[in-house]
Design a protein around this ligand. Structure first.
Ligand code: SF4
Length: 380
């Protein structure tokens, strides 16, 4: 049985609720629609029943939206459903995304008692001006409190940070990194702000009300994050992710390894038996379809082996350890040099990849422009 066709050992549950929509966010969510929570739980239960039988997993991930926006009783019900259909194997990782403004002691206890052992806190910044600009509903004090509360019960706490906001200086970003490190997180994810079509930030950019930070400053900020976190003994293990030893996000590593995973909820994407499916992104459409007995799937495709191999290459290159030629051939049935030899040679000559003959990985220069590298390996 090929790697992609093995029964998945990972599962994702999408929770689409948020208190309000931050101006830069284009995730699948509904803001201010808590009236839909009961129907959401009913629909999740139906989607889970469609699995036919419980599926034991090594990693379970609740993402959003904001899973911790659910009131305790509803969050408890979701945890119960997920645990029943995705029983956790020994040594599991159970991650939940959380918003500092929603995180109470009661909710943390609920999560910890249900086996959650990794919390990903959407802090984004400690700077008041930056948080206001990002339209976040917490301040630095709430973020610190939420972090300290979480640390008492949950063994691995990760912080998300955003850099490259309009008008941000390198000193502001340096301050964010220092404040994050002072909390001693087990994991940090850093993302450059992007302006996605359809978001209020995009409209404000087009209307000239917001300015993109220049590329050079953004690059300096990413470089500062890599150096600061590496100096603090974090392992830079993926383009945007840094972990203390033993605290990599195992669930995300499943995605980057090209292995399969189950998924439920609006907009959720699954990869089972070599087939990729994505649920309807609109929460109300997803609800209507599931509750009326229709399929929640909006798109599905079975990738050709060559496309699957190319995709596996790109996913693997996101990891700092890169990709081993022999392992790639065994896993995909394709020789890397036959498949993408010309692009590999060109990008290595440009100094964007490092190739020692056995293994290929991103160079430091390549890290700064990684998004422009991936299309060279995919079929157009
Ligand atoms: S809290 Fe997170 S998911 Fe919700 S709107 Fe803001 S950025 Fe998006």
């Amino acid at each position: 049985m090929s790697f992609e066709h093995a029964t998945p050992r990972a599962a994702y549950v999408h929770v689409p609720f948020c208190r309000h929509r931050c101006g830069y966010c284009n995730f699948t969510l509904v803001a201010g629609r808590d009236d839909l929570v009961d129907n959401y739980l009913r629909a999740i239960e139906l989607e889970l029943h469609a699995l036919g039988r419980p599926r034991e997993v090594d990693t379970l991930f609740f993402g959003g939206g904001t899973p911790t926006h659910l009131p305790p009783a509803k969050l408890g019900r979701l945890l119960e459903l997920a645990r029943a259909w995705f029983p956790l194997a020994e040594g599991h990782e159970f991650s939940v995304e959380a918003n500092p403004a929603d995180l109470s002691e009661e909710k943390i206890a609920l999560l910890a008692d249900a086996g959650v052992n990794r919390l990903s806190l959407g802090g984004q910044s400690f700077d008041a001006g930056k948080l206001t600009l990002l339209e976040r509903d917490h301040d630095a004090g709430q973020l610190r409190r939420a972090f300290e509360l979480a640390k008492k019960r949950i063994s691995s706490v990760s912080l998300d940070l955003i850099f490259g906001t309009p008008g941000e200086t390198i000193d502001t970003w340096r301050g964010d990194l220092a404040a994050a490190l002072s909390l001693v997180p087990q994991h940090v994810s850093t993302y450059g702000l992007t302006f996605e079509r359809g978001t209020p930030f995009w409209s404000r950019l087009v209307a000239g009300q917001l300015d993109r930070l220049d590329e050079e400053s953004e690059r300096a900020m990413y470089g500062l994050a890599i150096d600061t976190l590496s100096d603090a003994r974090f392992e830079h293990y993926e383009v945007s992710n840094f972990a203390q030893p033993g605290h990599r996000c195992r669930h995300n590593e499943v995605y980057w390894s090209g292995a399969g995973y189950f998924a439920v909820g609006p907009g959720a994407a699954r990869y089972v038996d070599g087939r990729r499916e994505t649920n309807h992104r609109s929460t109300t459409t997803w609800l209507k379809r599931v509750l009326s007995g229709q399929s929640p799937v909006a798109e599905s495709e079975t990738l050709y082996p060559e496309d699957r191999a190319r995709e596996a290459l790109v996913l693997a290159l996101r990891r700092m350890e890169g990709i081993d030629r022999r392992g790639f051939a065994t896993r995909t049935g394709f020789e890397m040099d036959r498949l993408v030899g010309e692009s590999l040679g060109r990008l290595t000559a440009l100094g964007l990849l490092e190739d020692d003959g056995a293994r290929v990985k991103l160079s430091r220069e390549g890290l700064f422009v990684s998004d422009s590298i991936w299309p060279h390996f995919l079929r157009r």
